[in-house]
Design a protein around this ligand. Structure first.
Ligand code: NAP
Length: 256
């Protein structure tokens, strides 16, 4: 595993995304992922799976200090009281004393973002949240938020089919990481000819090349969602090869 250092905290660069994983499917994926060595899990209040993840974590008995657990506020929970209450409920479902990272999922109700961030900071002061961040924020919204609070990440859609240079740079300038969501473009990267060709040269798949390309970038982490041991294992098997500068440039040019 590769780690990023963000605000003095070690973060596993590769995590497991859990959007659309519920019930038994969620339980099986998270169990398999922990067994394979994943230690970074991404959930959200809107995913409706915090309780299942909590059950798995409790049963798995993984050292809490090794885990990096992220959750996100539901769009309806941006007022101060709702931030506090919904996060406390989430902690109870996740069966943990704290989450490593709490994000504003979407910049809805942006006019009260100061209030939302203040309440999130309150949770940090209370030891219930280690770090706070944002998701789907534009460069301007990210800059404004980072002026008010120590923003740890901006979680955005990022993969070889989508140029996000401006957002990546904005995060780095503030010492934040950029968390790439949908890093496989929900499976579309597997059909991109340039990725397939580069992958063949390394004996890897287009999905693995996409993840490797993201993680070779400074301060970028990725959270692919996968169901089933084969995909979970494949997504972890990206630390034994390296893309050349030319290959990275070629991948970068796909999105234009
Ligand atoms: P994704 O990770 O880009 O793609 C998931 C798809 O790729 C699934 O169909 C999966 O199939 C397939 N896949 C996984 N590993 C593969 C492999 N090695 N080879 C081929 N196909 C593979 O899409 P995503 O679920 O949209 O994004 C990932 C995570 O990002 C989410 O789960 C969520 O945690 C987060 N996210 C956040 C936001 C936000 O607003 N902050 C929005 C979207 C997503 P199987 O399931 O069959 O393995």
């Amino acid at each position: 595993m590769q780690y990023l250092e963000v605000h003095g905290h070690k973060v596993p660069a590769l995590g497991l995304g859990t959007w659309q994983l519920r019930g038994a499917a969620c339980r099986d994926s998270v169990e398999e992922a922990l067994d394979l060595g994943y230690r970074h899990i991404d959930t959200a209040q809107m995913y409706g799976n915090e309780d299942v993840i909590g059950e798995v974590l409790q049963r798995a008995g993984v050292d809490r200090a090794e885990l990096f657990l992220t959750t996100k506020l539901d769009n309806r929970n941006h007022a101060a009281q709702a931030v506090i209450r919904s996060t406390e409920r989430g902690l109870s479902d996740l069966r943990t004393e704290y989450v490593d990272l709490l994000l504003i999922h979407w910049p809805t109700d942006y006019h009260i973002v100061d209030e939302t961030l203040d309440a999130m900071m309150q949770l940090c002061d209370d030891g219930k949240v280690r770090h706070i961040g944002v998701s789907n924020f534009s460069t301007e919204q990210f800059r404004e938020a980072a002026e008010q609070a120590p923003i740890f990440t901006n979680q955005i859609e990022y993969h070889p089919l989508r140029n996000q240079d401006a957002l990546v740079e904005a995060a780095r300038m503030r010492g934040a990481m950029l968390t790439a969501y949908s890093p496989l473009a929900r499976g579309r990267v597997t059909r991109e000819p340039a990725l397939v060709e580069i992958a063949a040269a390394h004996g890897k798949t287009a999905a693995q090349v996409s993840l490797r390309w993201l993680l070779q970038q400074e301060m970028v982490s990725a959270i692919p969602k996968a169901r089933g041991r084969a995909h979970l294992q494949a997504n972890m098997a990206i630390f034994d090869f390296e893309l050349s500068d030319e290959e990275c440039q070629r991948i970068r040019s796909i999105a234009g």
